[in-house]
Design a binder for this molecule. Structure first.
Ligand SMILES: NC(=O)c1ccc[n+]([C@@H]2O[C@H](COP(=O)([O-])OP(=O)(O)OC[C@H]3O[C@@H](n4cnc5c(N)ncnc54)[C@H](OP(=O)(O)O)[C@@H]3O)[C@@H](O)[C@H]2O)c1
Length: 222
C-alpha cells in the first residue's frame, strides 16, 4: 500500500517507517527536519505550524498516519497536534484519501475537549495511583497543554468524516516490542501504565487490515 507517515522522525514515527517498509509498503515521510530516513522513503518537508499544504504528500495514498507530538510545552501551547492534524484532514479531503490513524493519549478518556466538555470523571481501567495520585496533577498542571492540544485534535478527527482511528497509548517507553499488549475502546485496559513505541507502531500498522478499528478511540497498555 501507499502510506504517508506524518512526523516520521519522531520516536514512534521512525519505528513505523521501518515497520511499513519491512512489510513492503511504499512510504512517503512528512517531516519538518527530514533526517536519518531510509533512502527508499520519499520525503516531503513540512512544518505543521505553517499551515502546510500537504496535498503533495497525500496524493494517491491509501492511508495516512500521524505520529505528531510537541517536543516542548511551548509546542503544545502552539497546538502542534491540532494544527498538523487539521492540515492532514484538509489535505485528505482535497485528495480523496480516507484512512487516517493518529496518536493521542490514554488520558483522553477523562480529559474534556471543546466538543466533549463532560467526559466521564473516572476511567474504569485506572488503578488507584493513576486515578488519585498521578492523573489529577498531570491533567491540572504538568500535561494540561499537551492534553488540550490532543483534545482539539481528537475533536477534529472525529468530525472529519474520514475513516479514522485514534490510538491512545499509555506512557511511551523505548523498549523492544513485546508483541502482545492489551487494548480497549473508549477506556483504558485495566491496570497497565506503559507501552513501547514499537508496539504502538505495530498496532497502528495493523489497523490497516482491521476495519473494525475505524471510528474508534483505542487505548493500549501492557
Ligand atoms: N511520551 C509519552 O509517554 C506519551 C504518552 C501518551 C501519548 N503520547 C503522545 O504520543 C505521540 C507521539 O509521541 P512520540 O514520543 O513518539 O513523539 P516524539 O518522539 O516526541 O516526536 C514528535 C514528532 O512530531 C514532530 N513535530 C513536532 N512539531 C512539529 C511541527 N511543527 N511540524 C512538523 N513536525 C513536528 C517532531 O519532529 P522533529 O523530529 O523535527 O522534532 C517528531 O517527528 C505524541 O502526540 C504524544 O503526545 C506520548
Amino acid at each position: 500500500m501507499k502510506l504517508t507517515i506524518i512526523a516520521a522522525t519522531g520516536g514512534t514515527g521512525r519505528i513505523l517507517v521501518d515497520l511499513a517498509l519491512a512489510a513492503g509498503h511504499d512510504v512517503t515521510a512528512v517531516a519538518r527536519r527530514p533526517r536519518d530516513l531510509p533512502d527508499e522513503v520519499r520525503t516531503v518537508r513540512a512544518d505543521m505550524q505553517d499551515d502546510p499544504d500537504l496535498r503533495p504528500a497525500l496524493e494517491g495514498a491509501d492511508a495516512v498516519f500521524s505520529c505528531l507530538g510537541p517536543r516542548s510545552k511551548a509546542e503544545a501551547v502552539a497546538r502542534t497536534c491540532a494544527k498538523g492534524t487539521a492540515a492532514a484532514i484538509t489535505g485528505m479531503r482535497a485528495t480523496g484519501v480516507r484512512r487516517l490513524i493518529v496518536i493521542s493519549s490514554e488520558s483522553m478518556t477523562v480529559v474534556p475537549s471543546p466538543d466533549r466538555p463532560n467526559p466521564p470523571k473516572h476511567d474504569p481501567g485506572e488503578g488507584f495511583l493513576l486515578r488519585h495520585v498521578v492523573g489529577p496533577p498531570a491533567r491540572k498542571y504538568f500535561l494540561r497543554e499537551q492534553y488540550a492540544d490532543l483534545g482539539v485534535m481528537e475533536d477534529a478527527v472525529r468530525a472529519s468524516g474520514l475513516d479514522w482511528t485514534i490510538a491512545r497509548p499509555a506512557l511511551l517507553v523505548d523498549r523492544p516490542p513485546r508483541g502482545t499488549y492489551r487494548t480497549a475502546v473508549d477506556r483504558k485496559p485495566k491496570g497497565g501504565f506503559r507501552i513501547a513505541r514499537a508496539d504502538l507502531a505495530e498496532f497502528m500498522l495493523g489497523c490497516l487490515t482491521r476495519d473494525e478499528t475505524i471510528g474508534q478511540a483505542i487505548s493500549l497498555n501492557y
